[in-house]
Design a protein around this ligand. Structure first.
Ligand code: G3I
Length: 462
């Protein structure tokens, strides 16, 4: 079914409940969830998006920090612990302890992880800083391969290359030892990452790429356009979005997000922080959130830290919680914006439409489970987030089956194993999300080309 903005809008307002029967299992098909969720993650999930934060391993012993982390966010980025200097401090000696602490904490809580960052001119270990040319190229590719292989299957998206473009008016690549190893270093890194972890989305990530008119934005855009036209494996563009009075939220921010998305990639806001306070700061967070919600392929927002005091620029109080862990006005405006997003979050173009449909099976009783699907669709594809909920007894494993309409093909999935990619498809739990306490939920997802019409997942205990 192709929905226009207007028809989706009517669906959203109607809030009808329709009972249907599919394969002997009764389903309730409800209108898009538009109620007021009370956490950032839950509010973002209503439109099939995530809301994440950067996490520092050194703060995982701080209970205030961890409580907010566990409650509010469903995506985690290691602030420093998966960078090149952290993961390969000596050449060919890899160190994953701190990265693993963050990854395991997140996954134990059912959260996904963005990997940051495989290749970057900054935070290189000393041995790499001293390298040039083909030996550097080889070392960089080895790093990408080793780290992405180690984390294979556990990372939702990798920032494969970070900050490779110059500031200013050139729109050109930044000079660095990596750039001097040859202009093709970025695509070489992406190809190595794809080979090492075919299931991870591969992103290019940068700052000062928020204003559509800026030369740097245009330079990154041309690179992504070129990569897509030549089949270089790139799935997403990350806009770091560090804002302050010198670098305010641009009025054309949504245009930038949309134009990147129109190249056929997801866009993600990857390191959001906005210096300021009170209603002005709250207004800026609202604007950024609304811009993402208005672009179907803007799949999530990550803030760069939890409390103001956790920030790399704490003096600018740029985050959503104050130093004591209290919610700021900016938190409320962000949550309200997420909650106000109807699944009609259509883009300004006529080619893309987002809708969320929730399909819920009835209470399965002891030993059973239910599956609900939340969709983020656009012309030609969609992302489905599937929530698996245990019945009145615990699950030790689950499987979710659904039948895709003809012409629809799964391209990748996360937090689940999969058999089949068209027609009947079955997803089963992975090692860390098979155990589900009575009444509790875990989530997995998949992306597909084609249409999501009539998606009716059924859940069974294994
Ligand atoms: O942990 C050491 C500590 O032992 C030592 O005493 C202290 C002395 O300087 O340094 C500590 O390490 C610091 C580390 O943050 C952890 O706090 C490093 O010096 C410091 O350089 C590092 O800064 C990080 C910065 O990236 C480095 O480039 C910030 O935490 C981190 O938030 C920041 O994140 C970047 C993104 O990766 C890319 N985009 C921009 C963003 C903000 O700069």
């Amino acid at each position: 079914m192709k929905l226009t903005a207007r028809s989706v809008s009517r669906v959203a307002l109607a809030a009808t409940v329709v009972a249907a029967t599919t394969g002997g299992v009764a389903f309730l098909v409800t209108a898009p969830a538009s109620g007021a969720a009370s956490t950032l993650a839950a509010a973002a999930q209503q439109s099939g998006r995530y809301f994440g934060t950067a996490v520092a391993a050194g703060r995982l012993g701080d209970s205030t920090y961890v409580n907010i982390l566990n409650r509010e966010f469903d995506m985690v980025t290691a602030e420093n612990e998966m960078k090149m200097d952290a993961t390969e401090p000596n050449q060919n000696q890899f160190s994953y302890g701190s990265g693993d602490r963050i990854l395991n904490q997140a996954r134990n809580q059912g959260k996904r992880v963005r990997g940051h960052a495989l290749a970057w001119h900054a935070q290189q270990p000393g041995w790499m800083q001293r390298m040039e040319g083909s030996s550097l190229r080889q070392a960089m590719l080895n790093h990408v391969t080793q780290v992405a292989t180690y984390y294979r299957g556990k990372i939702y998206a990798w920032d494969v290359v970070n900050e490779a473009f110059a500031d200013g008016s050139s729109g050109a690549r930044r000079d660095s030892n990596l750039q001097r190893s040859g202009n093709d270093w970025i695509e070489a890194a992406f190809r190595a990452a794809r080979a090492a972890d075919p299931g991870a989305k591969l992103c290019y990530n940068d700052y000062n790429t928020d204003d559509w008119t800026h030369a740097k934005t245009q330079g990154v855009y041309r690179m992504v356009q070129d990569f897509k036209s030549r089949g270089v494996p790139i799935d997403c563009v990350g806009l770091q979005s560090h804002f302050n009075s010198q670098s305010p939220v641009p009025s054309n921010y949504q245009t930038t997000l949309q134009n990147f998305a129109n190249l056929g990639v997801d866009v993600q806001i990857t390191e959001l922080d906005i210096e300021g306070s009170g209603s002005a700061q709250a207004d800026n967070f609202r604007r950024v959130t609304e811009a993402c919600l208005a672009v179907a392929r803007c799949t999530g927002i990550t803030v760069w830290g939890i409390r103001d005091t956790d920030s790399w620029r704490a003096y600018g109080t740029p985050l959503l919680f104050d130093g004591s862990g209290n919610k700021k006005a900016a938190y409320n405006s962000t949550l309200n914006a997420l909650n106000a997003a109807s699944p009609t979050d259509t883009t300004t173009t006529t080619t893309t439409t987002t809708t969320t449909t929730t399909t819920t099976s009835q209470d399965p009783g002891p030993g059973g489970c239910t599956a609900t699907a939340s969709l983020n669709t656009w012309n030609g594809g969609f992302v489905a987030s599937i929530r698996v909920t245990a019945g009145s007894s615990a699950l030790n494993g689950w499987s979710v089956s659904l039948t895709l309409p003809s012409g629809t093909t799964v391209t990748n999935q996360w937090s689940a194993n999969r058999s089949g990619n068209s027609g009947p498809v079955t997803f089963t739990n992975v090692d860390y999300n098979g155990s589900v306490a009575p009444g509790r939920s875990v989530e997995f997802g998949f992306q597909a080309t084609g249409s999501a019409t009539g998606l009716s997942p059924t859940c069974a205990a294994r």
